[in-house]
Design a protein around this ligand. Structure first.
Ligand code: HEM
Length: 229
């Protein structure tokens, strides 16, 4: 665990104006994020439809049961590729740092709206980092176990026992990632002013000052600024 996490990513910059805004994600990172998000939502719907008979009617959205079974693993491949393109842009800024332990131990202040009592934070807080690494681990588990039960192409490669274990791992990982997804979307909506980071790519200077002051200070210190358009 270190104090020197690489907080600034290519494209991050302060844009002077009224109000000051800060560039947080470029267009390609946002496209990448939304492809990832769409594929996870489609996977959750199609996966739950195949998992539980009470939701089988949802297969109608994909053109019936057979098509759902055929599409689901390919959407999984799309999620895997798209998430890992995103992963390689963000992993450095998500490395754990000492301040994360302080953030977690003062979670009451975070939830109570008293972030001023906490130390200054870099680009991501411990909650965001948890979601990042949880999604990373769960997507790896899902793709590996998913290949194990993709009978159309891989049935001959794995024993029945291995496939039984894979189906259990796949189901548990799927339920967990749906929980992490709900937590992620809830946090993004709950922390006002965050959603625009993934829609417009920018946040206000006030948002950056309040939630990620160390990141903002580093941008100012390195004179990472862009003229307003
Ligand atoms: C409708 C669904 C979603 C919404 C509304 C949403 C919203 C957001 C927002 C607003 C941010 C920017 C947060 C910030 O920079 O402070 C973000 C970041 C991020 N999102 Fe999502 N997201 C959604 C789905 C997903 C899915 C399905 C995944 C992955 C499977 C995902 C992975 C990430 C990651 C890894 C980050 C960067 C945060 C970090 O690295 O710690 N998102 N999302």
């Amino acid at each position: 665990m270190s104090d020197h996490v690489e907080e600034i990513q290519p494209g991050d910059a302060i844009v002077p104006g009224k109000p000051v805004t800060v560039n947080r994600y470029g267009p390609l990172a946002r496209l990448n994020h939304w492809v990832t998000a769409t594929s996870l939502i489609l996977l959750a719907i199609s996966g739950l439809a195949l998992f539980w008979p009470g939701l089988f009617f949802l297969t109608g959205l994909f053109g019936g049961g057979q098509n759902t079974r055929a599409f689901h693993p390919w959407i999984g491949v799309l999620l895997f590729v798209s998430f890992f393109v995103f992963f390689f842009q963000l992993w450095r800024a998500n490395l754990p740092s000492r301040v994360d332990i302080v953030w977690l131990s003062r979670i009451r202040d975070v939830l109570g709206g008293h972030e001023e009592r906490l130390p200054e934070l870099g680009k991501y807080n411990a909650g965001q980092k948890f979601i990042f690494w949880a999604m990373t681990g769960l997507i790896l588990l899902l793709i590996v176990s998913g290949i194990g039960i993709w009978d159309q192409y891989f049935a001959g490669y794995f024993s029945i026992t291995a496939r039984r274990i894979a189906v259990l791992v796949h189901s548990i990982a799927a339920v967990l990632i749906i929980c992490v997804f709900i937590l992620h979307v809830y946090a993004a909506i709950w922390t006002r002013g965050t959603l625009r980071a993934m829609t417009r790519g920018t946040v206000t200077g006030g948002w950056a000052w309040r939630h990620h002051r160390k990141w903002l200070r580093e941008l100012a210190g390195q004179r990472k600024t862009r003229p307003a358009k």
